[in-house]
Design a protein. Structure first.
Length: 180
């Protein structure tokens, strides 16, 4: 894993791109590079600013192509940095092909910035898959079952001393169990 925080000018970032390409050539295994690149990859990475010049994206795009890196799927906020006028996607998590083949990583969560002008990025490696109950679906043919009317009537006639919405919820839950 390589953490990135780079300088603001195109010229200053050239050394970072060269060093990252050098690291890519030396590394053999899965690799993730994440942080504040202070660079955009395409015009879609910036909102509410003058047009994006090709010089702003060239070095980043060349690095991605030369190193075979790709940006991980993100969820959450659309942009990762703002000065309240310009919005940019400059914080990213990039990975190589070996990472994609070997890691169980699912997504990058772009979190709320709270006290910073940058959005924290959080890589989620695994989800704890708890089996979810299948949702109940009421098919029209259930209403034609000979016991349907009786079951609904009996369930609805049960008297419960709880608030109205909770009472409806409990009755629907009992009805679902009976219909299954």
């Amino acid at each position: 894993m390589t953490a990135i925080y780079d300088l603001h000018t195109i010229e200053h970032r050239k050394a970072m791109w060269e060093k990252l390409e050098q690291l890519h050539n030396e590394l053999q295994g899965p690799w993730i590079v994440m942080g504040d690149y202070n660079a955009i990859q395409s015009f879609e990475d910036r909102y509410n600013d003058n047009h994006v010049m090709e010089a702003e994206t060239r070095d980043f795009s060349e690095f991605l192509e030369n190193a075979g890196m790709t940006e991980l799927k993100t969820v959450g906020r659309e942009f990762t940095w703002t000065n309240s006028h310009i919005y940019s996607r400059i914080d990213k998590a990039l990975v190589n092909a070996r990472w994609m083949m070997n890691m169980t990583q699912l997504e990058v969560v772009l979190q709320d910035p709270f006290f910073s002008d940058h959005t924290p990025i959080c890589v989620c490696f695994e989800h704890d898959h708890q089996p979810m109950p299948k949702p109940f679906k009421l098919f029209n043919n259930l209403a034609e079952h000979k016991e349907f009317q009786r079951l609904v009537k009996e369930t609805w006639e049960v008297n419960m001393q709880i608030p109205a919405m909770q009472r409806i919820w409990m009755k629907l839950k009992r009805l679902k169990k009976g219909l299954r």
